[in-house]
Design a protein around this ligand. Structure first.
Ligand SMILES: NC(=O)c1ccc[n+]([C@@H]2O[C@H](COP(=O)([O-])OP(=O)(O)OC[C@H]3O[C@@H](n4cnc5c(N)ncnc54)[C@H](OP(=O)(O)O)[C@@H]3O)[C@@H](O)[C@H]2O)c1
Length: 256
């Protein structure tokens, strides 16, 4: 059964802005959307056409249960570090309120990949990527898919696969100029991560770890199977080549 009555955690931002816009613009299916915003964010409550925006205290379990009751699914678009605790609070509330599905805010590389992190970089390791509109369209497809096929699954979605060198090659081709390719090794990044950790910069250390896991060829950031994702025919966006995407990006900033 399609998940149509949705609770979205997070109003604006990098992913929430794009994914919520795609969900609210969808007419087939049409979604009933309630968006949660932090009661103590210090900002005025956002007006988002087509959605109800409800201020919540994520730590108020009973209040959260009442707010999510009756929803089919909860989609969390809360930023990485805070989502680690808030997604658990949403899950507890969802379980008590009988919400059928929660999509945690894990839009990232394969966080369970067991690879060691000692590979030296060459610029030739493949990694996978998604544009924000592609993530929005994929979420809409997943909401409509057979529930059993997506239950308790990590879903790989990939728009394009590339290596660092391929990206630089395309920039050079489109701009007609040579780029200097500075080499950096995974070990240098790991040293930086360890220094960030020692200095108490946990978020910077997290980003360093993500960069290594994504780009060192270990496979955690190379979701090859995601290229085959089509939401059982429900994905309504076309994949583009790396060259098409690079051309679009360069046009957007007026470089070509
Ligand atoms: N940003 C990136 O570069 C990036 C890259 C790859 C993947 N991602 C993934 O995309 C997902 C969303 O990240 P994002 O960067 O889009 O988030 P974001 O823009 O920083 O925040 C999204 C929304 O979450 C709410 N929020 C912010 N801080 C919060 C907190 N401390 N507690 C509770 N709610 C909070 C805010 O809504 P209210 O103010 O209305 O409460 C905000 O509008 C994550 O899974 C992240 O890992 C992000």
């Amino acid at each position: 059964m399609v998940f149509t009555k949705l609770i979205i955690a997070g109003t604006t931002g990098y992913l929430a802005g794009h994914a919520s816009r795609a969900i609210l613009a969808s007419t087939k299916p049409k979604f009933d959307v309630t968006i949660l915003t932090r009661v103590d964010s210090g900002k005025a409550v956002a007006f988002i056409p087509g959605a109800r925006v409800v201020p919540v205290d994520y730590n108020d379990h009973n209040g959260l249960v009442k707010t999510v009751a009756g929803a089919d699914a909860i989609l969390s678009f809360i930023p990485g570090p805070s989502s680690k605790s808030i997604d658990r609070l949403l899950l507890k509330a969802a379980q008590e309120a009988g919400v059928r599905r929660i999509f945690p805010s894990e839009y990232t590389l394969d966080i369970l990949h067991p690879a060691a992190i000692t590979v030296l970089d060459s610029g030739d390791h493949y990694f996978a990527g998604c544009s924000l509109p592609f993530i929005g369209a994929a979420i809409i497809a997943v909401l409509q898919m057979d529930e059993e096929k997506t239950k308790n699954k990590r879903i790989s979605i990939t728009k394009v696969r590339a290596t660092m060198n391929q990206i630089v090659d395309i920039y050079e081709e489109l701009l007609g100029t040579k780029f200097q390719r500075a080499q950096i090794t995974s070990q240098e990044f790991l040293n930086k991560r360890n220094a960030d950790l020692a200095a108490g910069n946990a978020f910077a250390a997290l980003l360093d770890g993500i960069i290594v896991g994504e780009f060192n060829g270990c496979g955690a950031g190379d979701l090859v199977d995601g290229l085959a994702f089509d939401g059982d025919g429900l994905l309504n966006i076309k994949r583009k080549t790396l060259k098409e995407l690079t051309t679009e990006a360069l046009k957007k900033i007026g470089t070509i």
